[in-house]
Design a protein around this ligand. Structure first.
Ligand SMILES: [Zn+2]
Length: 304
């Protein structure tokens, strides 16, 4: 059997057919164009799914999985006003797609979908307890507890990005203050760089400048990674994982980030064997989203 995965991102929709071993047979990408509103984006999503049926018979497709930006409720299949997709609040995407394609359709947030992919086919393969953290513009997470990616009551299980690290800290996109995302994400690094240098710089530019020995850039990164380390220690003490997988654009900074995170984890006095927790980079790169989305029908089948 095959499944179809749809990764709905802020800038592009990536749709692919996958077999149960995690091999993508075909995939296509189209621009999301979120500004055109839900109707037009949903039409593009449907078109990419229909395009897949040119390569595989509908009878051989187990179902369709969709990964989309949160917040969303995976249990009811309702999208809840994501900042990247204006006008989507309350839309029941699986229901709409299901009416057209007559196959079961599953929805989960993009971080959970990527966690499913890394757990089944990537850096966390074989782990019983795994934490996946994606660090880019925001900070998202997907958590495997006793072999399953967990969703919680409303789909926001283990959302480390919005744990409060610094009360009275900078305002977060969620409305709270001092969330990890407001202190350690690419957006936080950009904000601190603008204050320090008086111009707009991407987090990657700040990292490149820090690598030349520039002290202000270095201290901005150090602060962000220190907060990220605190967030990981909190996750470890809450969920006791054997593997932590870090993905997202900022993880490409590589060793300077991982060194700092390893130090934070090793300094955890509570955990009995903190240096035995495996910290590694995500393996599936930009395809994690579509592979994870395509995994959702298989996950649902195995849990029935
Ligand atoms: Zn927040």
């Amino acid at each position: 059997m095959y499944s179809i995965g749809v990764d709905v991102g802020g800038t592009k929709i990536c749709t692919g057919i996958m077999d149960e071993t995690g091999t993508l047979m075909q995939s296509i990408e189209v621009p999301t164009l979120g500004v055109e509103g839900p109707e037009s984006v949903i039409r593009r999503i449907k078109d990419t799914i229909l395009a897949m049926f040119q390569h595989v018979s509908r009878d051989d497709v187990l179902g369709i999985g969709i990964g989309a930006p949160g917040p969303l409720n995976p249990h009811t299949g309702t999208i809840l006003g994501p900042p990247n997709l204006p006008g989507w609040d309350g839309i029941r995407l699986p229901e709409i797609i299901q009416n057209d394609v007559s196959l079961p359709v599953y929805l989960d947030n993009d971080a959970n979908a990527a966690a499913v992919a890394e757990h089944r086919y990537g850096a966390g393969a074989g782990a019983k307890n795994m934490v996946y953290v994606t660090v880019s513009t925001g900070i998202g997470a997907g958590l495997v507890v006793d072999g399953r990616v967990r969703q919680g009551a409303t789909g926001s299980f283990g959302e480390i990005g919005h744990t409060i690290i610094q009360p009275d800290g900078p305002l977060c996109t969620c409305g709270n203050r001092g969330c990890l995302e407001a202190l350690a994400s690419g957006t936080a690094i950009q904000r601190n760089a603008r204050e320090a240098f008086g111009r707009d710089m991407t987090a990657k530019e700040v990292a490149a400048l820090a690598a030349t020995g520039e002290a202000r850039a270095q201290s901005i990164l150090d602060a962000a990674f220190r907060y990220l380390g605190i967030g990981l220690v909190n996750l470890v003490n809450l969920f006791d994982p054997e593997v932590i997988v870090i993905g997202g654009g900022l993880s490409q900074i590589g060793e300077p980030m991982f060194r700092s995170l390893r130090e934070a984890l090793a300094a955890n006095r509570f955990h009995p064997t903190p240096t035995k927790i495996r910290l590694c980079a995500a393996q599936l790169g930009t395809k994690a989203g579509v592979i994870g989305a395509a995994s959702l029908p298989f996950v649902h089948q195995s849990q029935r």
